[in-house]
Ligand binder design. Structure first.
Ligand code: SR1
Ligand code: MG
Length: 418
């Protein structure tokens, strides 16, 4: 809009002074508020505002992709989708996302709860930090937020109403469609990788017919399987954690899509964290214990998520799909259990396919991850990335061949040993 202006550390406090709900949390007067811009993501401005009594986060959309610059315009309304998704997720999974204090459409800005002393989980994964509440929290978050926005829980009309809100998040979906599912497999201008170490494998994957066909099958699911409100960017940089608390942040890519896209993003990023440990060994010796912790999180998060999802379906399945009154007798309930197992198997295969796509895009596409980028020795970095590319391909192409999550864990260990 004409009145939109990107905030600065000087202009934010006077602007916020106009909102009593903000002033009530910060306390004091705007002159006392200390504002620091801390955004290091790909898209937005992020400020911490500290007052005498409390602190808040202010996240403001820029009209372009921060990572690339103003040559790549991006709609400001993504902050609306982020605020709506946070509210919907908080209703489905209370306490697992930051509370929204204020959304201002004109300034494309969300004011929300400041999480402290939380750190971005990706940073913790690089530094070898364990987060004891990770698997329990993320499995609960995904089970609740995906189930409660699906046709298994919502009346059809209500789901369609929610879909109508999020279906306008087309530009952010478009980023994913291009950057995750297409660009890594073609000569896209913004692609880059550790060169020359990965030049051969980058070209090999671009010529890999079965991989390209399988990645496009995943893209088609992303485009047309409107199963639930997905976070849309659920990697370890979208998680903030301490030793006692874990929260999910940043759902600006939210839309109604395939559930496996969230679960796969999470699992793919855990695998990237695992395979990048080779670059983060410390002087005290190896990271084997930490590798084992990461792998256990991957197994636990799938195991807990799938069990919780089926439990919610069995106890709260009041949506228009699988109409509860059809399953009143024991024989019908047994048939329902079989169908639930088939559904979870399909979701598992989607999860693996999306995980593999996410791994490949973070190594050959535009947006990389600090897990690998922070490894100074390019040979070491590329050795881990090469393993991740091979395993990513295997997950996408052979997703139907993995018997269970333990088989995936075994493949991760085998990949790391090559
Ligand atoms: C141009 S935006 C690049 C990436 O950053 C976000 O975190 C999403 O993952 C997106 O694909
Ligand atoms: Mg983000």
């Amino acid at each position: 809009g004409a009145d939109y202006r990107p905030m600065t550390e000087s202009t934010l406090a006077p602007y916020l002074a106009g909102f009593s709900e903000v002033a009530a949390i910060l306390d004091g007067v705007p002159q006392d508020w200390k504002v620091t811009e801390v955004g290091d993501g790909n898209l937005n401005l992020v400020f911490i505002v500290r007052g005498p009594k409390g602190a808040l986060i202010v996240k403001q959309a820029l009209p372009y992709v921060r990572l690339v610059g103003d040559a790549w315009p991006l709609p400001l309304d993504r902050s609306f989708f982020e605020s709506q998704a946070l509210i919907t997720e908080d209703a489905a999974a209370p306490g697992l996302v930051p509370k929204v204090v204020l959304f201002d459409a004109m300034q494309a800005l969300v004011v929300m709860e400041f999480l402290t002393p939380h750190i971005i989980m990706r940073k913790g994964l690089i530094d070898g930090v364990e987060f004891p509440r990770f698997a329990a929290t993320l499995s609960e978050f995904m089970a609740q937020s995906l189930f409660k926005t699906s046709d298994l829980y919502l009346p059809a009309a209500e789901k369609k109403k929610q879909m109508a809100v999020f279906c306008a998040n087309t530009e952010l979906c478009r980023i994913t469609e291009d950057l995750v599912f297409t660009d890594p497999y073609r000569a896209a201008k913004l692609n880059h990788w550790t060169s020359p170490q990965l030049d051969d494998i980058a070209l090999e994957l671009r010529a890999d017919g079965p991989l390209k066909a399988a990645a496009q099958a995943m893209k088609l699911k992303f485009l047309c399987h409107a199963e639930a409100l997905v976070h849309g960017d659920l990697h370890s940089g979208s998680i903030m954690a301490t030793s006692t608390d874990v929260r999910v942040i940043d759902p600006e890519f939210a839309f109604f899509g395939p559930m496996g896209f969230d679960v796969g993003a999470l699992i793919g990023n855990l695998i990237l964290a695992y395979l990048s440990q080779i670059g983060h060994e410390d002087e005290k010796g190896g990271r084997d214990g930490y590798r084992a912790w990461i792998l256990k999180q991957m197994v636990d998060v799938w195991t807990l998520f799938s069990a919780r999802f089926v439990e919610l379906w069995s106890t709260e399945g009041k949506g228009d799909a699988f109409t509860a009154e059809l399953f009143a007798d024991a024989a019908s309930r047994a048939a329902l259990a079989e169908e639930q197992a088939r559904y979870m198997r399909a979701l598992f295969e989607d999860t693996l396919g999306f995980a593999g796509c996410k791994m490949i895009r973070r190594i050959l596409g535009l947006a990389h991850v600090a897990d690998f980028e922070s490894i100074a020795d390019k040979d070491v970095r590329a050795s881990g990335e090469r393993r991740a590319l091979r395993l990513g391909r295997d997950l996408v192409v052979n997703r139907a061949r993995f018997a269970n999550i333990d088989a995936v864990a075994a493949a991760v260990v085998a990949a790391d040993a090559t």
